[in-house]
Write a new protein. Structure first.
Lengths: 336, 304
């Protein structure tokens, strides 16, 4: 999911970029007449295109933007049977309640720790894997490994968690093996101390293969003559890696790193909601699951919406900030 | 095929010494290990679903290779009704949802693929902003409730009808179709819709297949929307049934499983049979589409 989003954002970047590069693919006959047509004439000319856009546009307005109004509940004592229009207004009370609630701080701490673990253990995995694949000479082996390691990306979290329980859970393979060699039978699925490592391990299994796509593409774009020049200058494999390969993918690494920093508060909702009850909220609650368990399941509508709203605003601010940082590094970032 | 592989060949020849061979061996072993870590869980899930109680207890829950394979777990779950119903729901939901999502996404992507189209730039900005701002669980729930979509299958399709990432990938692909082709069709008298259906779509089969796979997989695997919006458990799709009976370990009700001879199949086999039922459609479709990923359909936009 995460990497879909990152890839999507970099595509978005290119989409906005086109404006600077100027039109190179638009049908030529249209822009020339553009200035002379009135708005009504242009609408009449493009009505088919507008009609094709309409259903999708309706979706974005209704299901992406209209719900933002629902955040009003963050300032209300929301009563489901009264509706959010008539529920009593309480101002900032929900926010005050939320930020004095230790379980929220616990969730924030868990979110940040998990983000840190993912950054250190998951983020480099696709890069290392891509470099390993790239160093293979044979196309056949490379293609085969690629098709195998992309597969887990398409397997849903419910299935992955089910399989994990069979392998690592009580009565599973791992405790069985540990018991066979005389060690205590640890159940990794229900041990709070191991929980965050388990989550990161699952993400690594699911998405490090898929994550290589973007890096492999960047590696293919490195000019082969650079390697030749390096070899002529007497550079061995290691030095070629350091002086040609890595500089060739630094741009995309920085971009993805920045995009990732912009999503600090989002650490994998479906995956955690499936397993949080195995270890309880102290070890397993993150911000998104707090919103679900306290709001929809627990009836603290106002507080949960307040947490969601803060998360939304902080998230947006982080992305804007991350973009500034990208500019400092001389990268385009998401937009300029 | 790639520039990289041609660049790698002379490098290999210039390092015929033993360290090069060792290095290559280490690399291959490492890759074999990675492939094994990916494949092992899937093989053993299938094996366990085919095993008898004796084999399951002997191996500690997950069988690597069943010596006496039996289909009794599958017979049980399919005869019981619950899994069969959930499977039918999931298949229909995936087919209908994917068709709708693909149609709406492709139409919008085409509409936005020509920059001269009036309003296309602000609409595109709206789409890109949606990548950055997601509405949140509770506001989405309130909207679905307000629209009276709770306990309807529409609540599993409409809130995720278009994925902005897919839309942008398709749009970028459509924009790279050579203008000459579109213009000659225009001169031949084809309208915007005719160009879309007869020229653009046939030229985009590969990328459309990939986007269809993305949508199909997300409909197939989705459980959270159903958990949120469907109170009626008889409407639940397979993924949510899997969560209830496998992840949460709820015992299948007596009506949910039936047996031939009074000896029920081992719980692990039943659970893993359910996992296999959820896994197989993905494994069946994937081989036909994976070649598009290695061909770089998706990364056309990433210029490094």
């Amino acid at each position: 999911m995460q990497d879909d989003r990152s890839a999507g954002l970099s595509s978005a970047l290119t989409a906005l970029d086109e404006r600077r590069k100027g039109p190179q693919t638009a049908p030529a006959q249209r822009p020339t007449r553009r200035g002379k047509l009135s708005l009504a004439q242009r609408i009449r000319r493009d009505w088919v295109m507008l009609l094709l856009i309409l259903p999708g546009l309706l979706f974005f307005v209704v299901f992406q933007y209209l719900p933002l109004l629902g955040n009003i509940v963050a300032f209300e004592n929301y009563l489901p049977f009264v509706g959010f229009i008539n529920s009593p207004w309480v101002g900032w009370d929900n926010f005050a309640a939320v930020f004095t609630d230790p379980s929220v701080w616990q969730a924030i701490a868990n979110t940040l720790i998990l983000f840190g673990l993912q950054l250190v253990l998951f983020f480099p995995a696709p890069i290392a894997l891509a470099l390993l694949l790239n160093s293979l000479a044979g196309e056949t082996v490379k293609r085969f490994v690629q098709s195998v390691i992309y597969l887990p990306h398409f397997i849903g979290w419910v299935i992955i968690v089910s399989i994990c329980q069979q392998i690592l859970g009580g009565g599973g393979v791992l405790p069985h093996l540990l018991g066979a060699i005389g060690l205590p039978q640890v159940n990794l699925m229900t041990s709070p101390g191991a929980f965050k490592w388990l989550l990161v391990g699952q993400v690594v299994w699911k998405d490090s293969g898929w994550g290589t796509i973007i890096f492999l593409a960047a590696l293919l774009n490195i000019d082969p003559t650079l390697y030749e020049a390096a070899r002529v200058d007497g550079a061995g494999r290691a030095r070629q890696l350091w002086h040609v390969t890595l500089p060739g993918i630094t741009g995309i690494i920085i971009l993805l790193l920045i995009l990732r920093l912009g999503t600090v508060l989002t650490v994998g909702f479906e995956q955690i909601i499936l397993q949080r009850d195995n270890v309880g909220p102290a070890a397993g609650e993150v911000l998104d699951t707090w919103v679900y368990f306290h709001g929809l399941a627990g009836g603290q509508w106002g507080e949960a919406t307040a947490v969601g709203l803060v998360k939304l605003i902080v998230g947006a601010a982080l992305i804007v900030g991350a973009n500034r940082v990208a500019h400092l590094f001389g990268q385009d970032g998401l937009y300029r | 095929v790639s520039a990289q592989s041609t660049a790698a060949r002379p490098r290999r020849r210039s390092a015929p010494d033993r360290t090069g061979a060792v290095e290559r061996a280490v690399r291959l072993v490492l890759l074999a290990l990675i492939v094994a870590i990916v494949v092992y869980p899937m093989i053993s899930v299938v094996s366990t679903s085919l095993s008898s109680q004796a084999e399951v207890s002997k191996s500690g829950g997950l069988v690597f290779f069943p010596l006496h394979p039996t289909l009794s777990a599958y017979v049980s779950i399919f005869r019981g009704g619950i899994v069969t119903r959930a499977l039918v729901i999931s298949v229909l939901l995936t087919l209908v949802g994917t068709a709708l999502s693909l149609a709406v996404t492709a139409a919008m992507a085409y509409g936005l693929s020509r920059r001269s189209v009036v309003f296309s730039r602000p609409i595109l900005r709206l789409v890109i902003l949606a990548l950055l701002v997601s509405p949140g669980i509770i506001p989405s729930y309130l909207l679905v409730k307000q629209l009276r979509l709770l306990d309807t299958y529409a609540s599993l399709v409409l809130p995720n009808l278009v994925v902005a990432f897919n839309l942008i990938v398709l749009r970028n692909f459509f924009m790279n179709i050579p203008t000459e082709i579109l213009e000659s069709a225009h001169i031949d008298g084809a309208g915007d819709f005719g160009i879309f259906v007869r020229i653009v779509l046939p030229l985009s089969k590969g990328v459309m297949a990939v986007i269809a796979l993305f949508y199909a997989v997300s409909y197939w695997n989705a459980f959270f929307n159903a958990l949120l919006y469907l109170n009626n458990t008889t409407m639940w799709p397979l993924a949510l049934i899997l969560r209830l009976y496998v992840v949460q370990g709820t015992a299948l009700p007596a009506g949910g499983v039936s047996t031939d001879n009074g000896v029920p199949p081992p719980v692990q086999s039943l659970e893993m049979a359910m996992v296999v039922v959820a896994l197989v459609p993905i494994l069946l479709v994937y081989p036909f589409l994976q070649r598009y990923f290695t061909r770089g359909v998706l990364t056309g936009a990433v210029k490094g």
